[in-house]
Design a protein around this ligand. Structure first.
Ligand SMILES: [Ca+2]
Ligand SMILES: [Ca+2]
Length: 182
């Protein structure tokens, strides 16, 4: 399941003991993975955490099938009981700086993969600098007007309508999103 990208908070134990969910994507807007959020989700195999700074205790405790856990490079602290195979969107150095328990058996067992080149996708961030702001709106507008030499680093970020095409409808939604964000 994909949690909508405007959700900022998922409460502790939100999916606890759910045996139907097989995958969960926590959007970049969710800054904290609360305790027990997926406690004993025994069908869960993959989780992607796009922006959280904290993974609280027992968030994935008892998720025995969870073998694919992708974690944002923004992570600062991971409490006990993560999982078997972790992909961290950052360097090994950054991972070493994450506050964690060295005696956590789950972390000790985990196989780590470091994906330093992963770009956290930020909706609207067409120039790919990691933030959505007025310069993205102006860039996209110029691109739509066909100004020469204008390139979008990440065109998908502008596809607000989700139809894999870019046009004025996307620009309208982008502007609305920009105004709402301010
Ligand atoms: Ca940007
Ligand atoms: Ca579109």
């Amino acid at each position: 399941m994909e949690i909508p990208s405007d959700v900022e908070y998922v409460s502790p134990s939100a999916f606890s003991t759910n045996s139907k969910i097989t995958s969960i994507v926590f959007p970049a807007s969710v800054s904290k993975i609360c305790d027990n959020v997926c406690f004993y989700c025994d069908a869960l195999t993959s989780v992607e955490i796009k922006g959280a700074e904290l993974i609280d205790s027992m968030a994935f405790d008892g998720c025995n099938k969870l073998t694919d856990l992708k974690i944002s490079g923004k992570l600062k602290k991971i409490d006990s009981y993560a999982s078997a195979a972790i992909t961290f969107y950052g360097s090994k150095d950054a991972w070493d700086k994450v506050e964690k328990s060295d005696s956590d058996p789950f972390l000790q067992r985990a196989t780590m993969e470091f994906d330093e080149n992963h770009i956290e996708e930020v909706k609207g961030d067409v120039n790919g600098d990691g933030e959505f702001n007025i310069s993205d709106v102006l860039l996209f507008q110029k691109w739509l007007l066909g100004k020469p030499g204008i390139e979008l680093a990440n065109w998908q970020a502008a596809d607000f309508t989700g139809d894999k095409k870019l046009n004025v409808f996307d620009l309208c939604l982008m502007k609305r999103e920009y105004v709402a964000k301010k």
